[in-house]
Design a protein around this ligand. Structure first.
Ligand SMILES: C[S@@+](CC[C@H](N)C(=O)[O-])C[C@H]1O[C@@H](n2cnc3c(N)ncnc32)[C@H](O)[C@@H]1O
Length: 242
């Protein structure tokens, strides 16, 4: 069997697996994603691998999405403004992003309740609120200290309600990793006008069957005027401001 036949065979096997569909969102179909491409630049990027291994145990985000965040953070150096992550949990992706821009003037705002997910609603088939409360401010501060990062500001509380007023100016990059519809919507509504031209909003959870509220929301705004929309098959949706 040649390589192509093997992949085709693997794909057929995967299609036999039970579906991930959520009964409440029948229009959002699921299927194991298995691109044929094999180029894996993260394996030869020693700077990335070093920081990824340092934050790996403090993140729920896989290496593919982490590598994309790493690259987007580096590219954000050409865009005016700071960086915002909403949905920090134990600090893994936030620290990765902060490390990528550590030699710049950019401030990285890390916003989380640090007591779990809020604003779950009927559009979220799995989340009920309170998930991911297994973290603390001390844990995140510890990671930041270990990595000697001096460019982060932690915003503890519900975003945007309690903490958005602490962000002073324009944004170059927003990482929205909040798991549920209403939080994702409020992060977008607050951030979109503050994003510089060329800046990006990255939605984690776009493609995970447990987070269909986020997929539902992103599908509502994917044609928003003034943005280019990219669906990356790794589970990211990216909106780039024109
Ligand atoms: C999946 S975790 C984030 C994962 C993290 N980025 C990582 O590296 O693993 C989702 C987080 O979003 C936070 N969250 C959800 N909605 C929020 C909101 N409106 N304001 C602040 N934090 C929120 C939760 O507290 C939770 O810690």
């Amino acid at each position: 069997m040649d390589q192509k036949e093997k992949i085709t065979q693997a794909y057929k096997e995967i299609r036999k697996q039970p579906p991930w569909h959520q009964p409440s969102t029948p229009n959002i179909q699921h299927h194991r994603v298995l691109p044929h491409a094999t180029y894996s630049p993260w394996l030869s990027d020693s700077d990335f691998l070093e920081i990824f291994h340092a934050i790996e145990s403090s993140t729920l985000v896989d290496i593919y999405r982490c590598y994309e965040l790493w690259q987007l953070a580096a590219q954000s150096l050409q865009v005016e403004g700071d960086i915002l992550e909403v949905g920090v949990w134990r600090g893994g992706t936030g620290a990765l992003i902060a490390h990528a821009v550590r030699n710049s003037q950019k401030q990285v705002f890390l916003a989380d309740t640090f007591s779990g997910v809020v604003k779950a609603c009927e559009r979220d088939p799995v989340y009920q609120g309170g998930e991911h409360s297994d973290t603390s401010l001390d844990l995140v501060n510890g990671l930041i200290k270990t990595l000697r990062l001096r460019n982060t500001s932690i915003l503890k509380g519900i975003f945007p309600d309690e903490t958005a007023n602490k962000i002073p100016g324009k944004l170059a990059l927003v990482h929205c990793d909040v798991d549920v519809y209403t939080s994702a919507k409020e992060v977008f509504d607050w951030s979109a006008p503050r994003l510089s031209g060329g800046g990006a909003i990255v939605f984690d959870d776009y493609g995970f069957s447990t987070c269909e509220g986020v997929t539902t929301f992103v599908n509502e705004i994917r044609s928003a005027p003034g943005f280019t929309f990219i669906h990356n098959l790794n589970g990211h949706a990216i909106l780039i401001k024109k």
